[in-house]
Design a protein around this ligand. Structure first.
Ligand code: FO1
Length: 347
């Protein structure tokens, strides 16, 4: 049957780290294999990545979500961890521990440190984070993807997510920690009373971000954390409006299956902002574009098919499909379902 799907020349994805990167792998696989309606191997995928997880540590600027996307799409990722390099060694970390240099709970691998050294040197030489990212991607993405994958930070300005947690030992009864301490040292095991993207209000979209959204044939919110990943990208002044006003359809995939996240800490983050931990509630949180939100379509897992009616009533076209990214084919099928949902592509 001839495809009725419009040609997808440009797709823009607002991505966090592990979940977004895995989705991107499947999307690219689906484009190459013709599974994504209207897409092809020539479709240009622009990734706008969250940078609020970024952290200055041991004098180095670490950009977890940028690096996870870059290493994953460049086939350098440690698949088991979902972050950092494959075939990694940890000698520098061991030496830092021997010196008692904190934080010892955050592991920088020897290969990974080279990325942070290059980035830090370039930033100190006056290059922007966008320019640094472009330089690093010449090694990691260009050889594999040519010009069909672009990785942009959401902003070149410093934005960092900080989390207020209860602390009985402090006078105020709470203390504020960087997101990395909340996630890596505290394992998100304590309630996040407040989550704040420090510096976000003063930030501006990185070069190319607004154009990538406004000129796309499709904008995708992958199954990344809706609060501290996609939420922080949408929170950069100008980005939410760009998504609301783009002529492209905007479709999202739920990071919540059943009553919790598939990985990470989306459940804790949603609870901290008072959003129910369910696929339907996250879709409603993003909101229908026709009602002041950002979504035209929202994919939920088959187990959450009972929430479709509520989503449709909220003005969001919704469908229930398998949302477990168990491999490139499964994820490619998710990407194809997302496209079909909002482009009236072939059923
Ligand atoms: N996650 C951990 O659970 N433990 C770590 O020691 C750790 C180190 C690390 C170093 C570089 C990097 O890019 C990511 C790292 N992560 C670590 C993962 C990171 O916390 C998460 O990928 C994101 O911040 C959340 O998406």
């Amino acid at each position: 049957m001839p495809s009725s799907a419009p040609t997808l020349r440009r797709i823009t994805v607002l991505s966090g780290g592990v979940g977004g990167a895995r989705f991107l792998q499947g999307l690219l696989h689906g484009l190459r294999t013709g599974v994504v309606p209207g897409g092809s191997a020539d479709t240009v995928v622009t990734v706008v990545a969250n940078t609020a997880d970024d952290w200055w540590i041991h004098g180095l600027k670490v950009c977890p979500d940028l690096d996870t996307v870059m290493y994953t799409l460049g086939d350098g990722i440690d698949v088991e961890r979902g972050w950092g390099r494959r075939d990694e060694t940890w000698s520098a970390r061991t030496e830092l521990e021997a010196y008692g240099v904190e934080p010892t709970w955050f592991g920088l691998g020897d290969r990974d440190i080279a990325t942070h050294l290059v980035r830090t040197q370039m930033l100190e030489a006056g290059y922007t984070l966008s320019q640094v990212t472009e330089a690093l991607c010449r090694r990691w993405l260009t050889p594999v993807h040519g010009e069909t994958v672009r990785l942009l930070p959401m902003t070149d300005d410093r934005v960092e997510t900080h989390v207020a947690v209860a602390d009985p030992d402090s006078a105020s009864g709470r203390r504020v920690v960087h997101f990395q301490e909340y996630w890596v040292r505290l394992r998100a095991a304590v309630p996040a009373e407040t989550v704040l993207a420090v510096g976000q209000d003063a930030s501006t979209p990185a070069p190319g971000v607004l154009e990538a959204i406004g000129e796309a044939d499709l904008v995708v919110l992958p199954p990344s954390n809706p609060v501290v990943s996609v939420g922080t990208i949408l929170g950069v002044p100008g980005v939410r409006d760009a998504v609301r006003s783009t002529p492209a359809p905007v479709v999202g995939l739920s990071p919540i299956v059943g009553s919790s996240h598939v990985h990470g800490m989306a459940a804790q983050m949603l609870t901290s902002i008072g959003v129910e931990v369910s696929a339907g509630a996250v879709g409603a949180h993003y909101g229908a574009r026709s009602a002041g939100g950002v979504l035209d379509g929202w994919l939920v897992d088959e187990r959450d098919a009972g929430q479709l009616t509520g989503l449709e009533q909220a003005g969001i076209r919704a469908a229930a499909v398998p949302l477990m990214m168990s491999g490139h084919d499964a994820t490619a099928a998710m990407a194809a379902a997302a496209v079909s949902l909002v482009t009236d592509g072939p059923a």
